[in-house]
Design a protein around this ligand. Structure first.
Ligand SMILES: C[S@@+](CC[C@H](N)C(=O)[O-])C[C@H]1O[C@@H](n2cnc3c(N)ncnc32)[C@H](O)[C@@H]1O
Length: 263
């Protein structure tokens, strides 16, 4: 679907404006984006030439985290800000699990719906993750997820899209409050490190519709308040779950992540 917008577009999609989901797709080498998204992806790669590797690193973290959660008995997932389908989606990495994908971009639901047409265990809904009740009360969420059993909540590269005044901390707390003990939070975001490459990327993202707040690690760590952060804690994504890994390149330190369980 690369190139000009097709005549069909899901309602609410503005094909003339770059979208975070489609820029992400362009960075991952997918085919579900338009020329405008590729141009933004190219511009961002001029700032951080390894940006596609950063995005791929986040997807690899997601794979490792989903595996950990399935090993811990979690078989249902709420993937917030899921993005367009790519090679390893949460439902691919947790066969047999129930998955609800949530994204504000209607193209995500449209593409996921095609991909999931023969999968009764997963669904995608279009919603703003800030509308916690709308997400949790959505008929597909209620149909697929059993709120009496642990659920894995995934927030990968999405809380940074919320401003401080949107209170992403309170939002995470509301989701986790609605879930039973044994539920997990998987979170990963770019962070403010003082490294010039992080400053340059944050500035470049601010110029796109993919605005992104790079927060200090101790501020990101507050997403896990009230939960038990699993080893090795909040660490650079390239070092999760083994922080003894070799010395990292600056681009490998752009994102931090952690996984926690609700006691
Ligand atoms: C950078 S992409 C990350 C996608 C995926 N989680 C990953 O890490 O590969 C951010 C995604 O969050 C979605 N998003 C941003 N703000 C959102 C909001 N308030 N509610 C729901 N989705 C949102 C965007 O549409 C986009 O698909």
């Amino acid at each position: 679907m690369t190139g000009s917008p097709p005549e069909w577009t899901p309602p609410g999609l503005d094909a003339a404006r770059p979208s975070a989901a489609r820029i992400q797709d362009a960075l991952l080498g997918g085919g579900d984006h338009f020329e405008i998204d590729r141009m933004v992806a190219d511009r961002l790669r001029q700032v951080v030439p390894q940006l596609s590797d950063v995005v791929a690193m986040a997807r690899k973290f997601l794979r490792r985290a989903v595996r950990l959660l399935t090993d811990r008995g979690v078989d249902q997932f709420l993937d917030l800000g899921a993005g367009l389908p790519t090679r390893d989606n949460t439902h691919d990495m947790a066969p047999g699990a129930r998955v609800v994908y949530v994204d504000i971009d209607p193209m995500v639901e449209a593409h996921m719906r095609l991909l999931l047409r023969e999968n009764a265990d997963a669904a995608a809904i279009t919603a703003n993750v800030r509308n916690v009740d709308a997400v949790l009360e959505h008929p597909d969420t209620r149909r697929l997820l059993d709120f009496t059993r642990p659920i894995g909540v995934i927030t990968l590269d999405v809380l940074c899209a919320l401003q401080d005044e949107d209170d992403p901390w309170g939002m995470v707390r509301s989701y986790m409050a609605a879930l039973p003990s044994g539920s997990h939070l998987v979170a990963g975001d770019p962070h403010e490190s003082g490294d010039p490459v992080a400053d340059q990327l944050e500035q470049a993202l601010r110029m796109t519709s993919r605005g992104c707040v790079f927060r200090k690690p101790d501020v990101i760590a507050r997403y896990f308040d009230g939960l038990e952060l699993l080893d090795p804690g909040l660490v650079p994504m390239a070092q999760w779950p083994d922080p003894r890994r070799r010395v990292l390149e600056p681009w490998e330190r752009l994102m931090v992540c952690g996984v926690a369980v609700k006691p």
